[in-house]
Design a protein around this ligand. Structure first.
Ligand code: DQA
Length: 139
């Protein structure tokens, strides 16, 4: 089982960025815990602040990985290019948000990703990434 976890802009600052919304744990720290919990899963973590790079990474992994767990950050609410990349590859994608985007500003209520994803998890903190991975593991 090969899974890609892909984070978009500003998520490299997790642990430092608005901790009341996103918590105090860096993604690297969380990813270490996650990989040690699932030693048999080939899990790769990538992050980029750039829309085109995120598209390139989806193309790169989207034909031979079993699942992509994607938090596109703010691009969730704006990016036709990332939505098209998800539609264009074979690997299923689950959309994850750390915060409950529906309880925040109105512009965060719209996801360009959602219709091309298997499903969405929002508001469950970092745990959302593990829940998405578990879904793929049970397929
Ligand atoms: C986010 C929610 C987005 O609205 C925001 O722009 C982010 C993080 C989340 O994980 O809660 O960067 O995707």
């Amino acid at each position: 089982m090969k899974l890609l976890i892909l984070n978009g802009p500003n998520l490299n600052l997790l642990g430092k960025r608005e901790p009341t919304i996103y918590g105090n744990t860096s993604f690297e720290e969380y990813f270490d815990q996650l990989t040690s919990k699932y030693p048999d899963v080939d899990m790769v973590y990538k992050q980029s602040n750039h829309e085109g790079t995120l598209v390139d990474i989806i193309h790169e992994y989207g034909f031979d990985y079993d699942g992509i767990v994607l938090n596109a950050g703010a691009y969730t609410h704006t990016s036709v290019a990332i939505a098209d990349a998800i539609a264009g590859v074979e690997t299923p994608v689950i959309e994850v948000h750390i915060s409950n985007v529906h309880a925040r500003e109105a512009f965060r209520h719209t996801s360009y990703m959602a219709k091309n994803c298997v499903g969405t998890i929002a508001g469950l903190g970092l745990k959302g990434y593990e829940l998405a991975a578990q879904f793929f593991l049970e397929q």
